[in-house]
Design a protein around this ligand. Structure first.
Ligand code: UDP
Length: 471
């Protein structure tokens, strides 16, 4: 008798570590805990990262990876935003995705197709082929609720969102001012704007949405989206899904942290691609120094653009990241701080007992990583949906403090930095967010263990894919 073939899932991820890491971790769960085999489909364009290549070599053998053929993007104006580039890349790659799904359907026991948000243009094709089609949402309920509402907002308003007279009140969410909407929507005339609205419309074309968040983090928003609504696919929490650390030894950062007192170090990092200006780098350095707190700072080459090519792991070979630091800063802070250029093993750092706070750009993976390690944050959003995340973390989940900005360029001055850093590390406000993040850490662990909500939601989806039955 022929052996039954393992159920197979195809997953499409856009470039950028913030999407590839969680999609690959989700795939690992399917393969290691539920007996699936899987193919992760990536784009050839924008995927040159060393970190990603080494990470992919650690994936279990029953996960294959395939790259889509490269597509020409050289007709796009040079100033086209990253989000618009990704949308065009995804749209132009849709025929190749269809061909790949057809081929997997005949060669494997293909039971489901999963994409991140940039794959939304392939939902209809995949369902047309009879393949159950899901979105893995790499952000939170707040952002998902916003995306569901965006087509209506687009149709019923005509001003720039920053000029909306009232904050947006999404069901179960904290009020959101127009200035905090995700940044590709900042200007209606920008090429990225219609693409984001178009993607938001496509969200309704899949069979279900799996959110990398969890109930305790956003209880009211999650409840609102779990109510059935005609035309809206079911929404299920499967998070927090984060990368495991690699054990914590062998890096300069961990060796340095080993010598610091418990809970005393502020980790400062802006994700895989965030940059701040030279002027802001100087203010941050002087603020950290005058706070007198210990810090571990991942310094990037300053840039006027908040998201840079490093987001895709593309080494720019640009100026030395440390060039903008104030004269004498490194020697003056040698005993209390460590500055590392470009990259740190973030999971190992956050897991280290010496780390007591995280000044973060509020990327959703960084946020989840901080929460599962019980580390409170200073919210310093830069691009994508990070301002929305910051609002939710400060006003909703209450696990972060946020410094005020000044002037048109939104500079955060050294005194403000000093104040917020001291408050997080030693003040009453810091104690409140630390207690709260420890509660959420406990809930995060419980929810992904047997009997937890995220565990059960994933088990239900798995059952549906494997046996074609409702959980
Ligand atoms: N990351 C890391 N070291 C760094 C910078 C980033 O390990 O120096 C990882 C981080 O742990 C997270 C991912 O890169 O898993 C960044 O994802 P996130 O969603 O936080 O932000 P993005 O880079 O997508 O803006």
């Amino acid at each position: 008798m022929a052996e039954a073939r393992a159920p197979h899932v195809a997953l499409l991820s856009s470039p950028g570590m913030g999407h590839l890491f969680p999609i690959a971790e989700f795939t690992k769960r399917l393969v290691l805990d539920h007996g699936f085999t899987a193919t992760i489909i990536t784009y050839t364009d924008f995927n040159s990262t060393t970190q990603l290549h080494s990470y992919f070599t650690t994936l279990p053998p029953s996960i294959s990876s395939l790259s889509l053929p490269s597509v020409p993007l050289d007709d796009l104006p040079p100033d086209t935003r990253m989000e618009a580039r990704l949308c065009v890349l995804a749209a132009r790659s849709a025929p190749s995705v269809r061909a790949l799904l057809l081929s997997l359907r005949s060669s494997a026991n293909l039971v489901a197709y999963v994409t991140d948000i940039f794959g939304a243009d392939t939902f209809r094709d995949a369902r047309g082929l009879g393949v159950p089609t899901y979105m893995f949402f790499t952000s939170n309920y707040f952002m998902l609720s916003f995306m569901f509402h965006l087509p209506t907002l687009d149709a019923t308003t005509s001003c720039e969102f920053r000029d909306l007279p009232e904050p947006l009140q999404l069901p179960g969410c904290v009020p959101l001012r127009g200035v905090d909407f995700l940044d590709p929507l900042e200007h209606r005339a920008d090429a990225a704007y219609p693409w984001v609205v178009h993607m938001a419309r496509r969200f309704r074309d899949c069979d279900g949405i799996l959110v990398n968040s969890f109930l305790a983090m956003e209880p009211d928003a999650a409840r609102a989206l779990s109510e059935a609504e005609a035309g809206r696919p079911p929404v299920l929490p499967v998070g927090p899904i984060v990368r495991p650390g690699s054990g914590g030894s062998g890096s300069e950062c961990v060796a340095w942290l080993d010598g610091q007192p418990r809970g005393s170090v502020l980790f400062v990092s802006f994700g895989s691609g965030g940059s701040i200006t030279c002027e802001q780098t100087k203010e941050l350095a002087l603020g950290l120094e005058s706070s007198g707190q210990r810090f571990l700072w991942v310094v990037r080459t300053p840039s006027d653009s908040v998201a840079n090519a490093a987001f895709f792991g593309i080494e720019t070979g640009a100026a030395d990241p440390l060039d903008c630091l104030p004269e004498g800063f490194l020697s003056r802070t040698r005993s209390s701080g460590l500055v590392v250029p470009n990259w740190a093993p973030q999971m190992e750092v956050l897991a280290h007992g010496a780390v007591g706070g995280f000044l973060s750009h509020c990327g959703w993976n960084s946020t989840l990583e901080s929460v599962v390690h019980g580390v409170p944050m200073i919210a310093w959003p830069l691009y994508a949906e990070q301002r929305m995340n910051a609002v939710m973390l400060v006003e909703g989940a209450k696990v972060a403090l946020r410094p005020s900005t000044a002037g048109e360029k939104g500079l955060v001055g050294r005194d403000e930095i000093c104040k917020v850093v001291k408050e997080l590390m030693e003040g009453e406000g810091g104690k409140v967010v630390r207690d709260r993040v420890l509660e959420l850490k406990k809930a995060a662990i419980e929810t992904i263990c047997e009997g937890g909500t995220s565990y059960s939601a994933l088990a239900g989806v798995v059952k549906k894919w494997k046996y074609n039955v409702e959980a």
